[in-house]
Design a protein around this ligand. Structure first.
Ligand code: 13P
Length: 287
C-alpha cells in the first residue's frame, strides 16, 4: 500500500522504534526491499536520490514500477516512495510524478533561504497528501576522495525548520554518508538530545546508516530517531554476492550467464541485509 511517510513515522517515534529508508537503484533492489518488508510485516520507505532517479529512467518510471510491484506482489505493508536529498526542482518533479514523500535538502543554503524554500514546499507537499522531510546541518560524506566530517546541526535552527510544518527532520549529528573513516568520532548524542528537546514530537531522521555500530543506532532511537537511511550497506552486500558468483565460475555453468541468475545472489543478499536492519530498528511486526 503506497502511503505518505507521516503516519508510519509518528507511530515509530511514539513506539520507540525506527522505520528504515532503503535506497533503490533498479528493479532487483526494489523487489528485494519490498519482499523483505512484507516478510517482516514492517513499514518501509524506498529512497530515491536524484542520481538514481535519472539512472532508472525518471521518477514516473519509478512510480510505475513501485505501484506495479505493490499490486502484483501483494505488498500490504505501508510503503512510501521518497525523494532523497532533493533540490527544489526535483521536489516539484516528484510531486508531479506521484511520489508519496519528498525530502528537500536546503542544508547548504543560509538558514533564511532554507526556511523560505522549505515553507513553499511544505504547502505543495501537503496539498498533494505527501510527507516532507527537511534538513539542517549538512551531512558529510565522500566528495572527490575527501571524506568530510559530519556537521552538528544547531538545535535552534532545527526548531525553526521543524516549526514550518514539515513531517520529519534530518539533522546532522556527526553522521556521514558512505563508509565511516577509522578515525570517526561517533554520533553526537549531546546534539541529538538537544535537538529532540527543542523539537518535541517531531520524528528525527538519521542519515548515513551504513556502518553506525548497533549500540549507537539503538541509543539514537531512544533519543527520538524514527527514520534511518541505509544505502551503501546494501550496495556492498549486493556487489560482494555478485563478485562471488563470478569468482566461483557460476556464469560459465549451464545458463549461468542469464542475467536473472547473475543478479539473484545480490538480490538475496539485499533481502537478508534489509531484514537484519528491520530487526535492529525494531520495525518488524509494526506494519
Ligand atoms: P549510507 O549510504 O551511508 O547508508 O547513507 C544513506 C543515506 O543517508 C541516504 O540519504
Amino acid at each position: 500500500m503506497l502511503v505518505s511517510a507521516t503516519e508510519m513515522l509518528q507511530k515509530a517515534k511514539a513506539g520507540h522504534y525506527a522505520v528504515g529508508q532503503f535506497n533503490i537503484n533498479n528493479l532487483e533492489w526494489t523487489k528485494a526491499i519490498l519482499t523483505a518488508a512484507q516478510e517482516c510485516n514492517s513499514p518501509v520507505i524506498l529512497g530515491v536520490s536524484e542520481g538514481a532517479g535519472k539512472y532508472m529512467g525518471g521518477y514516473k518510471t519509478i512510480v510505475g514500477m513501485v505501484n506495479g510491484m505493490i499490486e502484483e506482489l501483494g505488498i500490504t505493508v505501508p510503503v512510501a516512495t521518497h525523494l532523497d536529498h532533493g533540490s527544489y526542482d526535483a521536489c516539484l518533479k516528484c510531486v508531479e510524478a506521484g511520489f508519496s514523500s519528498i525530502m528537500f535538502d536546503g542544508s547548504h543554503y543560509p538558514i533564511e533561504e532554507n526556511i523560505a524554500k522549505t515553507t513553499e514546499l511544505v504547502k505543495i507537499a501537503h496539498d498533494n497528501n505527501m510527507s516532507i522531510e527537511a534538513e539542517v546541518g549538512a551531512i558529510g560524506g565522500e566528495e572527490d576522495g575527501v571524506i568530510g566530517k559530519g556537521e552538528c546541526a544547531d538545535p535552534d535552527e532545527c526548531k525553526m525548520i521543524a516549526d514550518l510544518g514539515i513531517d520529519f527532520l534530518a539533522a546532522g549529528i556527526g553522521n556521514i554518508h558512505g563508509v565511516y573513516p577509522d578515525n570517526w568520532e561517533g554520533l553526537s548524542f549531546e546534539t541529538l538530545d538537544a535537538i529532540q528537546q527543542k523539537t518535541g514530537d517531531m520524528p528525527l531522521v538519521l542519515h548515513g546508516g551504513t556502518g553506525i555500530p548497533d549500540d549507537m543506532i539503538k541509543k539514537a532511537i531512544t533519543l527520538g530517531v524514527a527514520k534511518i537511511n541505509v544505502n551503501t550497506e546494501c550496495q556492498i552486500v549486493f556487489t560482494e554476492a555478485t563478485r562471488k558468483y563470478f569468482e566461483e565460475g557460476k556464469d560459465k555453468v549451464g545458463k549461468g550467464f542469464d542475467p536473472r541468475k547473475v543478479l539473484k545472489p545480490g538480490y538475496e543478499a539485499i533481502i537478508e541485509k534489509v531484514k537484519e536492519k528491520m530487526e535492529l530498528f525494531g520495525s518488524v511486526g509494526k506494519a
